[in-house]
Ligand binder design. Structure first.
Ligand SMILES: Cc1cc2nc3c(=O)[nH]c(=O)nc-3n(C[C@H](O)[C@H](O)[C@H](O)COP(=O)(O)O)c2cc1C
Length: 198
């Protein structure tokens, strides 16, 4: 397993925060080594405690472990640009969400928002465990529901690759160049006191 670059060498918070936030980032280099069932359950356990509207917990995490019979189904959904590096993941995930409230079957307008919260808890837990956890929107959105047997009323939200950090030198040149923690917009741009300025 490789040592991940220290994110704090590339990132600086402008306001005091817990280091967990700047230390999480999305590398692509992975070794292909498996993670254990217990390690995977720890990631889902973190996601489990995310807040959600009416505590509906609309998220579902469908997964394939490397070399299990489900792997090709998940892997084949990815666009080629993601297959290029995600082939060395230990786990592929598809995050799905129930789009209606279980309590009354009315549309749940925050199903994506709530599932994103759960995903972020999983990603932060993974970062704490020195795992690569890398979200992916680059997959076949049309094929995913049928390929993974999503029931009516559930919608795909994103996919993710999880694995142990690998040697960035083994990535293709184009990906090696961007294998560093990225920056962010300033807080002054993302926070708006009052109405949105026009
Ligand atoms: C929902 C979501 C979809 C993403 N889709 C892709 C993708 O298809 N391929 C990819 O290489 N990275 C993807 N990313 C990674 C983002 O590019 C990355 O999170 C962003 O640049 C911020 O960098 P950081 O996660 O290292 O802080 C995705 C991230 C998220 C959260």
């Amino acid at each position: 397993m490789a040592t991940l670059p220290k994110a704090s060498d590339y990132r600086k918070a402008d306001h005091p925060i817990d280091p967990i936030f700047v230390n999480r980032w999305s590398p692509r280099a992975m070794t292909g080594e498996p993670i254990t069932h217990e390690e995977l359950m720890t990631l889902f356990e973190a996601a489990r405690w995310a807040p959600s509207s009416y505590n509906e917990q609309p998220w579902r995490f469908l997964y394939a472990m490397r070399n299990d019979p489900h792997w090709p189904t998940f892997f084949n959904l990815l666009v080629p640009a993601n297959q290029e590096w995600a082939r060395n993941a230990a786990v592929l995930l598809l995050i799905a969400a129930r789009t209606t409230f279980a309590r009354n079957n009315k549309p749940n307008p925050v199903h994506s928002f709530d599932s994103g919260s759960a995903w972020c808890c999983l990603a932060l837990q993974g970062s704490r465990m020195n795992l690569v956890v890398h979200g992916m929107a680059g997959f076949d959105w049309d094929k995913a529901p049928q390929a993974l047997n999503l029931p009516e009323g559930f919608a795909a939200q994103a996919m993710a690759a999880i694995g142990w950090p690998g040697d960035p030198d083994l990535l293709p040149e184009s990906l090696r160049k961007v294998e560093t923690p990225s920056g962010r917009k300033p807080v002054s741009e993302i926070s708006i006191h009052g109405r949105f300025p026009r």
